[in-house]
Ligand binder design. Structure first.
Ligand code: MSK
Length: 660
């Protein structure tokens, strides 16, 4: 019964328990409620009270006269605006935290990456010479906030893109002027009786998505690195087996690291640990879900117990004393599930209340004090724990590949550069690269498409960068560990063995897709692979997307010049003209295109075709998997044999333990 709902054995076990106990989950609700066949294809307009108008059958126009094209385009543009607003408002909050820290009003935060601060200062035209760090930080925060509210000209971060890309944006009229401005303009543009030409609506949608990718999201990522440190690779564990039978289990869930970083400090406090022991626990176990998890995973190695669709099921284990949520991707259904167990659900953001949850409002001015208050609530709840049923599944991964680290890993400390990666692509060792990102979706088998597409890409020598729930998905199946090199094609396998990187790189949370843009920009400017992101043999994927943020991300990938494939049915399928426009016309004008393909193998085939087409356009050698990797094959085989023999194996070491 549950076999077709997920490929994760832990989720499968918990689903069976939930079904047996009559606990409602996203899986059971999706099975019980059919998707609206009109709204899901962009055929429904509810932008005024004369509707909702359903443009199906003989109805080609709404009451105001809006066509199928206008309705579908407006719907897509509003999804982009919703996603861009979420990322960018997150970016605003990070900038406000940086400002409070710089002004001495948030004493629990400091500047952990001064080099990143200086890099961002330069991008934002903030002078740095002979100035104190906090003085620079204050002006960087103010400049970031000014970018979010910028009204005229262009946002400054566009400078990070290759020159040719900037020219494409200016020519197409999609260079974003300000972040808030683009989002508000989409809401205005799509109001009844305003912009009624799908072409201009969709180009404005693209501009808004670019304001997210090269604006709000990029600022959010950079400021997070400044405050909490730029990630470097670390080993960590994933899946529900990381819940503890005998410690207080506290789970962070959502997207902002401001509170979760403080929770980590609080749970590490010896006084708190002693307090937990006084309540009969052996200690405190902190784990995470979704992108707050990705943030604490890649900086601190905090284990991740699941992605979007696992959130309710983690509570069904009966082992969670307290779940803290902040913003985005938090199911309202957590409250009724928590009610059936001893779990306390704590909301913390003034922007994300849930009826039935306990609200402890977070305030960065007294961050650690609030974090300790919340952790204490969890400890006090430990004696209320009853029967637990924690699945055993655990897998290992290496997380934390910032673009700075990729540069270093491939180029070395003294000559950090993307040159070796570009060379590997030129020679055909690496066929191309792909960003595989996004959510889970209860309408498709949980984790299936993420795992399938990623595995098939690395088999075909495509280096993959992952974020968000997709990264968590593939980590659960071992694809984010260096040992996964054994699944890669011979050329990619050789690179992984030489550098110690996994064939699938964890680059962060969903707001960190901006890191992928930065990597691609640096590859395009490094030389040898054209002059623009659109020239690269590169792809974007969001195989199991569900959120508006995913639509915004996919659209800014497209706006940056990438062919991007999303899973499931097109949300504009009700208008074949709009469906064609976001593929063919966007490609003509901007170099990237957006397509919705639900069959993962078809998506892989189209991606490989595209990568090979880009290789040919660059005049690179034809990809041939037999050309490289013989030595790598042998080395990996020796590692595998040593592991199978139970010898301790360090994949980063060039020395293979000797079999007797
Ligand atoms: S949490 S937006 S379900 S990736 Fe970033 Fe996961 Fe998608 Fe939310």
């Amino acid at each position: 019964m549950t076999n077709d709902k997920t490929i994760d054995p832990a989720v499968k076990t918990m689903l069976e328990i939930a079904e047996a106990e009559g606990i409602s989950t996203a899986f059971s609700r999706a099975a019980a409620m059919k998707q609206c066949p009109i709204g899901s294809k962009g055929g429904c307009c509810k932008n005024c009270s004369m509707g909702p108008c359903r443009l199906v059958g003989k109805h080609d126009r709404g009451i105001c006269g809006a066509t199928r094209e206008t309705v579908a385009a407006r719907g897509l543009a509003r999804m982009i605006a919703g996603g861009a607003s979420a990322h960018s408002d997150h970016g605003r909050d990070m900038a406000l935290t940086l400002l409070a820290a710089a002004e001495g009003e948030a004493p629990d935060y400091t500047i952990r990456d001064v080099n990143k601060l200086l890099e961002v200062a330069e991008l934002l035209d903030v002078p740095t010479k002979d100035r104190e760090t906090m003085e620079i930080a204050k002006e960087v925060a103010e400049a970031a906030l000014a970018q979010i509210g910028n009204q005229r000209g262009e946002i400054l971060y566009l400078k990070r893109a290759p020159k040719k890309r900037q020219e494409v944006w200016r020519k197409a009229g999609v260079a974003p002027r300000g972040i808030d401005r683009e989002v508000v303009e989409i809401m205005h543009r799509t109001h009844v009786g305003n912009d009624q030409w799908y072409d201009s609506i969709l180009m404005a949608g693209l501009r808004t998505a670019l304001a997210d990718g090269w604006g709000g999201s990029m600022l959010a990522t950079d400021i997070t690195d400044i405050l909490f440190g730029s990630p470097v690779p670390l080993t960590a564990q994933v899946n529900m087996g990381m819940l503890s039978e005998d410690e207080v289990n506290i789970v962070v869930h959502g997207h902002e690291p401001t509170l979760s970083e403080m929770i980590l400090v609080a749970v590490s406090d010896p006084e708190m640990i002693e307090y937990a022991k006084s309540k009969g626990a052996k200690g405190i176990n902190l784990t995470g879900i979704c992108c707050t998890a990705n943030e604490t995973l890649m900086r601190q190695g905090v284990p991740t117990i699941g992605n979007f669709l696992s959130q309710e099921l983690t509570i069904v284990t009966g082992a969670i004393e307290l779940m803290i949520v902040d913003i985005q991707c938090i199911m309202q259904a957590l409250a009724p599930v928590a009610d059936q167990f001893h779990t306390i659900l704590v909301t913390t953001s003034p922007k994300a209340h849930i009826e039935g949850a306990t609200h402890v409002e977070f305030d960065e001015h007294r961050a650690l004090e609030i974090a300790k208050e919340i952790v204490k609530m969890g400890i006090d709840n430990f004696p209320n724990r009853k029967e637990t049923r924690i699945p055993k599944e655990i897998n290992h991964l290496v997380a934390g590949f910032s673009h700075e680290y990729i540069n270093y890993a491939l180029g070395g400390f003294y000559r950090g550069s993307f040159r070796p990666l570009n060379d590997a692509i030129v020679q055909g060792r690496v066929r191309g690269i792909a960003g595989v990102v996004g959510c889970n979706n209860a309408r498709t088998c949980h984790d299936y498409s993420h795992e399938y597409i990623t595995r098939r890409l690395i088999e075909n020598d495509v280096l993959v960068a992952m974020t968000g729930c997709g990264a968590i998905a593939c980590a659960k199946y071992g694809l984010l560990s260096p040992e996964a090199a054994q699944y890669a094609g011979p050329g990619l396998r050789e690179i992984c063995e030489t550098t110690g990187i996994p064939p699938v790189l964890h680059v962060g949370s969903c707001v960190d897709n901006a890191r992928i843009l930065t990597v691609l920009s640096q590859m395009a400017t490094e030389g040898g692979l054209g002059e623009d992101i659109a020239d690269l043999p590169a792809m974007g994927f969001a195989p199991e997307w569900m959120s508006e943020k995913a639509i915004s991300i996919a659209s800014y990938f497209v706006g940056s010049g990438l062919y991007t494939i999303m899973g499931s049915e097109s949300p504009v399928a009700n208008s074949p003209i709009v469906d064609r426009f976001i593929s063919e016309s966007w490609e003509e004008r901007i170099g990237g295109k957006l397509e919705f393909i639900s069959d993962p193998e078809e998506a892989v085939q189209k991606a490989l075709e595209h990568i090979d087409k880009k290789r040919a356009a660059l005049g690179l050698v034809e990809y041939d998997p037999t050309r490289f990797g013989q030595s790598g094959d042998r080395l990996m085989q020796q590692f595998i044999e040593a592991m199978e023999a139970g010898l301790p194996v360090n994949i980063y070491s060039a020395t293979v333990p000797q079999l007797a």
